[in-house]
Design a protein around this ligand. Sequence first.
Ligand code: FAD
Length: 414
Amino acid sequence: MSEPGMSEPFDIVIVGGGITGSAMGAVLARTGLRVHILERDKVYQDRVRGEFMVGWGVTELQRLGLQDVLTGAGAIFVERVIPYDETLPIETAEQFTLALKSLAPDVPNPLCMGHPAMCAALNKAAEAAGASVTRGVKSIKIKAGEQPEVSYRLDGRQVTLRPKLIIGADGRNSVVQRQIGVEMQHDPPHNLLGGMLVEGKTSWPQDAFSLGTEGDVHFLIFPQGEDRLRLYLCYDFADRGRFTGPDKEQNLLAAFRLKCLPQGEEISRCRPISPFHSYSNEDHWADYPMAPGVVLIGDAAGHCDPITGQGLSIGLRDVRIVSDILAQGDWRQAAFLPYVEERRERMRRLRVAGRYTATLRAEYGEAARQRRGLAQHRTNVLGFPSPTLANLFGPESLPAECFEQSTIDALFAP
Ligand SMILES: Cc1cc2nc3c(=O)[nH]c(=O)nc-3n(C[C@H](O)[C@H](O)[C@H](O)COP(=O)(O)OP(=O)(O)OC[C@H]3O[C@@H](n4cnc5c(N)ncnc54)[C@H](O)[C@@H]3O)c2cc1C
């Protein structure tokens, strides 16, 4: 049985109408395919997810023809990174402020926007392009195969759909991934990363972001327009107690009172305007994120350590590659192999960059501080190869040697 008002049969059913699922819905519906999106939430929630889209992700957004959707809904761009860090005096950090265009003039600047607002804007674009959307679905069941099947409960009724293809875009705890038996791998958790949206008058420049380390925290600050900032903090598992319980928001704000951060005091007086959630930092990946009749994209296909903020860009590239394959007209499993292979190498490279970043920035104490200073001198002054810029300009933008273990060893050598 289908839902009332539904014009079955569908070519594609997408499970998950977040960033990746909604972007895919918009792109496919624009080509005339009959697309249906199944979303769990009636209203998008702030679960603390990505709100900073790096330059290579913005390139993907442009290639998909979706940039206007986000800028029209309030997205802003940042141009500069200020390297505030305990290894640099404030004046030196400000003097070393880097305009991203000076490094890669052809890569767009990063984009900042609230995650629920981004999902809502892309979902609306999918509907405007002709996709239908059902919100509030429960108990999704997937049957992979030549003729795949998806069933779910909606307002107490059981609904079953038989599209030509199912796309799983239901995020990091993907039900689709589990039900089709995709084998996942992950590396050991490195530390915790928690975040919160805040509002208040500060002198933080709305065209700049910063990532740095002081004492026992790695901090990340991204403007969100007007007086809002998205704050993230990486800290050790041993520090978990400080950021749980009734004072967690206030403790997070207080942790921004840092010597290396001139706006720290102002930031600590901001008002939380979202929940605070934290997650462990590690990569999860699948070498083969599909089954007959079902393809996984975005976090459902495996996600990077959020410390490097790659997830939005990864999801948008998945949308481009998979939608290009679908446009060729051959939807058999073998036709998706170029996606599987490109994603495997893309995630491997980003995993190396992510683990390097976590080791460099989210390990604390004197020895770690000295190692950070040395590694930064080796890359910035001596020109050693490093995977860091992959995080901004894309994993394919650097030569393969940047992702070799010998490169990481040379950067971290005592
Ligand atoms: C703390 C943190 C910080 C991050 N920071 C960044 C950053 O700065 N930059 C960046 O690029 N990335 C960042 N990421 C990663 C980024 O948020 C994700 O990679 C991105 O949101 C993935 O998009 P998605 O559409 O695949 O999944 P999601 O955004 O998780 O969307 C999945 C959608 O599926 C729906 N859904 C879930 N289960 C079901 C179900 N059973 N049935 C139907 N619908 C379902 C959900 O409601 C949701 O709408 C961060 C992640 C975390 C955890």
